[in-house]
Design a protein around this ligand. Sequence first.
Ligand code: CMP
Length: 138
Amino acid sequence: MLEQTLTIIKPECVENKHIGEVISRIEKAGYRIRGMKMLTLSRRDAEIFYQVHRERPFYGELTEYMSSGPVVVMVLEKENCIADFRRFIGATNPAEAEQGTIRADFGMDIQRNCVHASDSPENAVREIRFFFAQRELV
Ligand code: CMP
């Protein structure tokens, strides 16, 4: 099934100048970019975006980090995009991510893991709507 997912190139990855390489890998793997923008999240934006994790011990750190600098947000499209993209980027903890994945190659630690990806169809819809108006999707 043709699906869309939301990905975020996180602050440390932008800071380390890996935007181009990450996007290039994503495109070469067959994902079509249907929306893209660069922005800095406010603390409140990050809290709302990651509300599913609000009870987790790392929520405060995570939302502080995600609002610490610019990010690149993209809507990607492909068959079975949501599950495939999560496999493609590797495990949440870069130390456990398969060799050659984006997180293994560019992630610093479990929090600064280079990219975010939606984890379910429901969250993909919510996350895409959070960042993009219909006219910003091509
Ligand atoms: P992400 O895919 O953006 O979804 C939730 C984020 O929370 C995750 O990537 C990490 O950045 C962060 N995260 C998950 N688990 C931990 C943890 N144990 N400690 C710190 N941050 C975490």
